[in-house]
Design a protein around this ligand. Structure first.
Ligand SMILES: [Fe+2]
Ligand SMILES: [Fe+2]
Length: 271
């Protein structure tokens, strides 16, 4: 079994400090194998905000895969946005050039890809090189390893839910996802927690679970949704996604969706 805390859109600078403390306490208690942070760690990519995000990550004391979001690129400092879009993110948050980051053990492989772009600040995009990376990183892993791709901008909508704006070239990217045998797509950006099968079923053939996260600790909640994060449990051939929603004074489980993966077809079924 592997347990992932999937948190997103913290927006330090517009955060609620009590919720940050409650989140850290909860993660200390539940001790996930990995924390995934799917972007928008800051509100305006300010140095002080990155320091707050760094402090938060240090307090977790767990392995972390993180990707930047559009808010982690300078918006108004146009010169900086065009010439050094990720300098502060890389220097203050990532150990190295971690715009794309990776975690692997015997049961789990998690690749984070940067979809934030300086020219299309809000929208995001996947590059052809990143599609090659998806195929290269996941293609030769054993079938027993859970394969997880993390982006800030979603690559797919959730079946049965409203269609949402996706990263540029998302259709091409999900072809790479299908070819690489990726099981889960984790993303943020829309500040709405929802999980299920992927909408482009013809491409993904029912084999990929799409998981969107809400905003964990920011005051930028939308759609009448409060703050939340996702707790993901991956055991052989079974995945369970639990939304952990803010219920003062802590986060608590509010709904769980479980799926079984059928090894022969590679398809997922709600259970
Ligand atoms: Fe956000
Ligand atoms: Fe965003």
């Amino acid at each position: 079994m592997r347990r992932i805390a999937h948190i997103s859109d913290l927006h330090f600078g517009r955060h609620d400090a009590r919720k940050v403390d409650a989140l850290v306490d909860g993660l200390h208690r539940n001790s996930p194998d990995l924390v995934v942070i799917s972007g928008d760690l800051t509100q305006r990519a300010r140095r002080t905000e990155f320091h707050e995000a760094r402090h938060f990550i240090d307090r977790l004391g767990r392995p972390v895969v993180l990707v930047p979001g559009n808010h982690d690129l300078p918006l108004y400092a146009v010169h900086q946005r065009f010439l050094q879009p990720l300098t502060k993110f890389n220097r203050l948050l990532a150990a190295s050039n971690a715009a794309d980051s990776y975690f692997e053990d015997s049961k789990l492989a998690v690749l984070g890809l940067n979809t934030a772009r300086r020219l299309i600040w809000k929208g995001g995009r996947v590059s052809p090189e990143q599609m090659s990376t998806i195929r290269r990183v996941f293609a030769n892993l054993p079938e027993s390893v859970w394969k997880v791709l993390v982006t800030h901008h979603p690559l797919a909508s959730v079946e049965g839910e409203p269609m949402i704006e996706l990263a540029g070239r998302a259709k091409l990217a999900v072809r790479a996802v299908a070819q690489a045998g990726v099981h889960l797509l984790l993303s943020g950006h829309h500040h709405r927690a929802v999980a299920g099968g992927a909408e482009p079923r013809l491409v993904l053939n029912g084999s990929v679970l799409v998981v969107h996260a809400g905003t964990a600790v920011s005051t930028r909640t939308r759609h009448a949704e409060g703050n939340s994060y996702n707790w993901i449990e991956l055991s052989p051939a079974r995945a369970a996604i639990t939304v952990m929603a803010w219920a003062d004074p802590h986060f608590e489980p509010v709904r769980t969706t479980s799926y079984a993966f059928e090894p022969s077809s590679g398809r997922l079924h709600p259970v």
